[in-house]
Design a protein. Structure first.
Ligand code: SF4
Ligand code: SF4
Length: 134
């Protein structure tokens, strides 16, 4: 049996992640079905399965650098397929919130090019801001 131990700082992070997402990442047994069913995989730099693995090991820096939870469309394809009942979209949402609560916006509205603001549908802008800014 492989035992995973984490340091104190990682434990705080993992406890917060568990509280915010309501998920126990240690439930995951790394089958990879979530990655195989994800329609956004091509745009992610790290597969959803690997995100859970990083969380299991408390790899905070690597998790924060991944674009995966910003790209996740919360489509729920992964969690309806997961044999361990892990709700990955909730985990992704918690990772986004944990970043945004540090006042680190993924997108700075004031830096968006004027042309983009004119061209993009208003509803897309609003939903983008809701997801990507604190
Ligand atoms: S489908 Fe579930 S058990 Fe399988 S790797 Fe993804 S989260 Fe883990
Ligand atoms: S909820 Fe996110 S991670 Fe899961 S399949 Fe959809 S886009 Fe991929």
């Amino acid at each position: 049996m492989t035992r995973i131990s984490v340091k104190a700082g990682q434990r705080v992070f993992l406890d917060r992640l568990a509280k915010m997402s309501g998920q126990n990442v240690q439930q995951c047994f790394q089958c990879g079905i979530c990655s195989g069913s994800c329609p956004m995989l091509e745009n992610m730099d790290t597969h959803p399965r690997k995100i859970i693995r990083m969380a299991q090991f408390g790899m905070i820096e690597e998790l924060e650098q991944a674009n995966t939870f910003w790209i996740c469309a919360s489509c729920h394809a992964c969690n309806v397929m997961c044999p361990r009942g892990v709700d990955l979209p909730r985990l992704m949402e918690a990772l986004r919130l944990m970043t945004l609560r540090k006042n680190q916006n993924k997108v700075e509205p004031s830096r968006l090019p004027g042309e983009m603001i004119k061209e993009y549908p208003q509803i897309a802008m609003v939903s983008g801001f809701r997801k990507l800014t604190g």
